[in-house]
Design a protein around this ligand. Structure first.
Ligand SMILES: [Ca+2]
Length: 487
């Protein structure tokens, strides 16, 4: 007979062992840092069963999937510069695709750089910092050489052979911002750039499995042009693809800045059939990238690295697919500001999503915390460790997302219930959406007197996060050369 006291002791001991096994810090855990370009939350694990993302879903099941994670600026370079430095765009001053954060912050320590300084091997395959996509595929783009010991810049048939065959419904726009796609009937996954990204990442995992590593694996799709092997297009019968219709006069209910990233509005002037084909291709590109992510994670498991590797999966921003008549990015609606983000690995609870509002600037302090490294003191975010252990732990931080509109900013704050947006400090209009009643953000309540108290409260958050008007940095034509030389 075990006494009552004895049973209690056994329970305590078991609880202690469990805590130890699930939360024990692994000495020098590896980091597999997986980035995708322009992927929104239309994924199986985020509640869109139409989209086939079995590998991302599997990753979500072995870690914490953040239901409400937000980027700081829904455009490649501003968003990536922010996540990699852990600083907000007003601090990096990266508001466009040309300016490099090192011009103004020469001594900033990026995430991989911190790991390098602490004895890690840090390498990049593909797109982590900004890269013109597809223009710069095969180059280092706007890279940060101080971040890595080794870089690999793959280029596949999508870049080297197939571009002339791509369908472009918006020929006035370059391929990198066009409604454009190609279903490749001949090529294998491994022939495409992202197939090569996975192959090279697996090669580096095999080669560096014996030392602590920070391996950044950056995929190029589903960024346009949506090029993928045909089998991924076959997953999406066209009759299942819808484009949302808009109520007549919708555009009069929001400030002009809210819709001006898609010109001509709506839908870049495409018709519904063209928009449906484009959306089908975008989903095909998601499934293609998902398969490549699966190859990399499977290799990690095969090499026995699962138990001591933290996996982070993130997309640099969300993406509009005809909602509000908008396509792509650079807007402040939920579709563009919200991102898929998953953490998995030692000490991280498996299979429970977190409903809390988190931001990309939280990634840096989280990784430093999980690896036991001392992060720079001026980081803008907070370690997500409490949520990785207990996904519904108390958390009271809003998310801030911004864009530029040629002369004035758009600034948006997201709380558990509300999204509030100001254009030029409110001079060019405001928006308020109640996510409890209107998750698609179709009813702008900013001018509704019943919501005046809510607006006043959210206004304070905006003013606190953006106390002044900050100008973005201007690209220095010689900077690229200087960086190359410094390397
Ligand atoms: Ca992007």
């Amino acid at each position: 007979m075990i006494t009552k006291l004895g049973r209690r002791a056994v329970r305590l001991l078991a609880a202690g062992l469990l805590a130890l096994s699930s939360q024990a810090a692994v000495a020098k855990p590896n980091v597999l840092f997986i980035a995708v370009d322009d992927m929104n939350n239309d994924l199986g694990c985020y509640g869109t069963p139409l989209v086939k993302s079995p590998n991302i879903d599997k990753l979500a099941a072995r870690g914490v999937r953040f239901e409400r994670a937000y980027c700081q600026f829904p455009l490649c370079s501003p968003s990536r510069s922010s996540i990699m430095t852990g600083l907000r765009p007003d601090t990096t001053k990266v508001f466009n695709l040309q300016y490099h954060f090192r011009q103004g912050l020469p001594d900033v320590v990026t995430i991989p750089q911190l790991f390098r300084q602490n004895g890690y091997y840090a390498a990049r395959v593909g797109k982590i910092y900004h890269y013109g996509n597809p223009g710069d595929i095969g180059t280092s783009g706007l890279d940060d050489p101080a971040s890595w010991q080794e870089v690999v810049n793959p280029a596949g048939v999508d870049k080297t052979a197939l571009e002339p065959d791509i369908t472009n419904f918006t020929p006035q726009r370059g391929l990198g911002s066009a409604m454009s796609f190609l279903s490749d009937a001949k090529g294998r996954d491994e022939d495409h750039t992202d197939g090569k990204v996975a192959t090279e990442a697996i090669r580096l995992l095999e080669k560096h499995q014996g030392e602590p590593f920070f391996l950044a694996v950056g995929f190029y799709r589903p960024h346009t042009p949506y090029v993928a092997p045909k089998k991924y297009f076959d997953l999406y019968p066209l009759e299942k693809i819808d484009i949302p219709s808009l109520p007549a006069g919708y555009e009069k209910t929001v400030p002009a800045g809210a819709l001006s990233a898609t010109k001509p509005w709506p839908n870049f002037g495409t018709n519904v059939e063209q928009a449906r084909l484009t959306k089908q291709a975008y989903y095909a590109a998601i499934s293609f990238v998902d398969a490549q992510i699966g190859r990399v994670v499977d290799a990690l498991d095969r090499l026995g690295l699962r138990e001591n590797t933290i996996i982070v999966f993130w997309s640099d921003h969300g993406y509009s697919l005809g909602t509000h008549g908008l396509w792509m990015k650079q807007n402040l609606f939920e579709d563009a500001a919200r991102v898929p983000m998953i953490f998995a690995g030692p000490g991280i609870k498996a299979g429970t999503p977190s409903p809390r509002i988190v931001e990309f600037v939280d990634v840096y302090p989280t990784l430093a915390d999980l690896a036991g490294l001392k992060a720079p003191a001026n980081l803008a975010g907070a370690s997500l460790r409490p949520l990785l252990v207990k996904p519904d732990a108390a958390w009271n931080r809003p998310a801030f997302t911004q864009v530029e509109r040629g002369g004035f900013p758009g600034r948006s704050v997201r709380t558990p219930r509300w999204r509030y947006t100001e254009w030029d400090g409110g001079k060019q209009g405001t928006e308020l959406y109640d996510h409890d009643a209107d998750p698609k953000e179709m009813k702008n309540l900013a001018a509704n007197p019943a919501q005046a108290a809510v607006v006043a409260e959210l206004k304070v958050l905006v003013a606190k996060n953006w106390p002044e008007r900050v100008e973005g940095g201007q690209a220095d034509a010689g900077a690229k050369k200087k960086r190359a030389k410094a390397k």
